[in-house]
Structure formats: C-alpha cells, structure tokens
Design a protein around this ligand. Sequence first.
Ligand code: SAM
Length: 226
Amino acid sequence: MLYVVPTPIGNLGDMSPRAIEVLGSCDLILAEDTRNTGLLLKKFEIQAPMQSFHAHNEHKKVEQIIAELKEGKTISLVSDAGTPGISDPGYLLVNRCVENRIKVDCLPGPNAFVPALVESGFPTDSFVFEGFLPKKKGRTTKIKEILGEKRTVVFYESPHRVVKILEELKEQGGADREVSISRELSKKYGETIRGTVEELLEHFNVNEPRGEFVLVLKGVGRKHNI
Ligand code: SAM
C-alpha cells in the first residue's frame, strides 16, 4: 500500500509518532528532495531506503512504483514540507494507485493552508483553496475570479510576490477587502496579520516580506460562520 506522510512545515515538534512509525517500517520512501528528507530521517533515527520522486521525474517513475506496490511493497511518499499532493507532488501517484485499486492511506498532519485559514478568523464553513495563483497566463482572470468569490479564498504566494498580489487586488477594485496573511507558520517568528488589502499593502511596503506566506481573502459579502 501507499502511505502519504505529511512532514513539518517548520517546527519539527509537529512530526507525529505515527508518521515516524510509518516511515520507519516501510520498504521505500519516495522523497521530493532526498537531501532534505535525509536530514529529517536522521533527526528521527529512521532508516529506510529512499528514492527521489518530484515534479520532474514523477511521470517517468510512476509505473515502476505502481509495479512495486502491486508486488506487495509498502511505500511512503513525503514532500519537502507539509502534506504531499497539496501544491506538491503526490496527485499523480495517488491517482494511479486508485486506478489500480492499491490502498492509499494519507496520514493527517502538517499543512500550511489549514492553520492560515483558521487563524484568519474568516468564515471556515466553506472555503476555496487555490494553491499558487498562475504567475502569468490567466493571472488577471484568476484575481478577478477570487475577488468575486463568496467563500473564503486561501492561496500560497512567494515572498517576492506578496506586495505584487496586494497591488493587483487593489487595482482590480479590492482595496477595501479584508485579508489575513500568515507567515512562517509554526516557526519562531510566525505571525498572522489582518486588515484590508490597502492596510496590508502599507504594512508590507514598510516591512519587507520574508519567509513563507499564505494569503486568505474574506469572501464577498460574508460576515460570520454562524
Ligand atoms: N505541501 C505543503 C502544504 O501541505 O501546505 C505546501 C507546499 S508549497 C510547495 C510551499 C508553500 O506553502 C510556500 O510557498 C508557502 O506559501 C506555504 N508554506 C509552507 N510552509 C509554510 C509556513 N511555515 N508558513 C507559511 N506558509 C507556508
């Protein structure tokens, strides 16, 4: 069977005992970056063979992995941080497992968008996760779409595009919209800043964005969950 194993997004204390047990007892670990995962395995004294499995080789490797799973091997998939398959490699392998009736067990665990969504204080009853917005083609259309969304919208953004996306939201008429920006979640200098697009633009024009970011936009016309 295939285990999908979430790993910490910044705080090693978030590595679960079950994740350690599963990684330590499988036949093979597929890692997005074997060097990164090697350090994690060393920290938790986990010994298991490891192979690389990332966006650039997953299409080439997937059939071989499916064959090994069919032979009865237990394989774990990890990414650099958080839950594999969430803006990380994982979808293709899981999809092929499902097609081949191979059991998939995704352990509950670290991930960046759920804590950012909950910390925003915006309605959580219904939300959309957009991953990373398109960088070029389709970006403006997507921004217009998220500004028209009634549900809370969560997305990932790199630090050097935080000011740009706030400017784009403003340009598209969203200056007064409420946003919540979480950075460095679970890490020492983690924080969540809330305000209008305009206010957060002022904030980040003074405080250069550093670290890893999740943006949460309150849905159009939404007040409370309850
Ligand atoms: N698989 C991961 C997950 O489950 O959330 C996401 C991987 S994606 C390649 C990396 C992005 O996740 C970063 O660019 C950032 O937007 C977000 N992220 C990861 N760790 C974070 C953290 N500690 N604080 C805030 N955002 C984080």
